[in-house]
Design a protein around this ligand. Structure first.
Ligand SMILES: O=C(O)c1ccccc1N[C@@H]1O[C@H](COP(=O)(O)O)[C@@H](O)[C@H]1O
Length: 215
């Protein structure tokens, strides 16, 4: 069982789709920035964000592409175009698809939608095919639903794969997150609760959150 659950988790800001707020958020030096390549998302990178703006980000910030049910070739093409360091697979991708992306040289974050009765046994076939899990809240959309799940469901997590905690994390969660001790927790994933509009992040709110977490 992972033992470093007392350390400050890494921070990922996801759903960047606006050039101005991208620069402001990058200045906060999060560990990861996420870009959504799912055309049905309100945060779809699409024409909003040129690849050059993403490629020009500081190397210390790892860039994550978020995909929903794309094949490995499509994912890898975007990875090359945008110079992404990780692929977050946020749909119903199989272990084989995850392994194919990984075989292309890209670490994989495999997302799962957590609801009541979540069956942790479904994670087992992915062990060895992914680098991280990501636990998001089940909802009507594949991601970005803006609601949190019951994090105590992760108290008995006992796999060796570290994970991102996602789903509706917002400013009101600072106290709970500061006291959170979850085995395997690697990073916090912030998205729709820190926006002024879909894809446009509120750098001020993020900065206050980062400072409060680290205080
Ligand atoms: O944000 C989206 O629109 C989105 C669409 C499709 C797949 C993933 C998406 N976002 C991911 O959803 C989680 C949780 O976001 P929220 O905090 O509930 O808004 C996060 O990992 C995003 O990467």
């Amino acid at each position: 069982m992972p033992t470093n659950s007392h350390l400050m988790p890494h921070l990922k800001v996801c759903g960047m789709a606006d050039a101005d707020s991208l620069q402001a958020v990058a200045a906060l030096q999060p560990d990861f920035l996420g870009f959504i390549f799912y055309p049905a998302s309100k945060r779809y990178v699409g024409e909003r964000l040129p690849a050059a703006a993403v490629r020009a980000l500081p190397a210390a910030i790892r860039k994550v592409g978020v995909f929903v049910d794309d094949d490995a070739a499509t994912v890898l093409a975007r990875v090359r175009e945008f110079d992404l360091q990780l692929a977050q697979l946020h749909g119903h991708e199989t272990p084989e698809t995850c392994a194919a992306v990984r075989a292309g040289g890209v670490p994989v974050v495999k997302a799962f939608a957590v609801g009541e009765g979540f069956d942790f046994a479904q994670l087992q076939p992915y062990v060895g095919c992914v680098d991280y899990f990501l636990f998001d809240t089940a909802g009507p959309q594949p991601g970005g639903n803006g609601t949190a799940f019951d994090w105590t469901l992760l108290q008995d997590y006992n796999l060796t794969v570290p994970y991102f905690l996602a789903g509706g994390i917002g400013p009101e969660h600072v106290a709970a997150l500061r006291n959170l001790r979850l085995p395997g927790l690697f990073a916090l994933d912030l998205n729709s609760r820190f926006e002024t509009a879909p894809g446009t992040k509120d750098a001020g709110r993020l900065e206050a959150f980062f400072q409060a977490l680290k205080a």
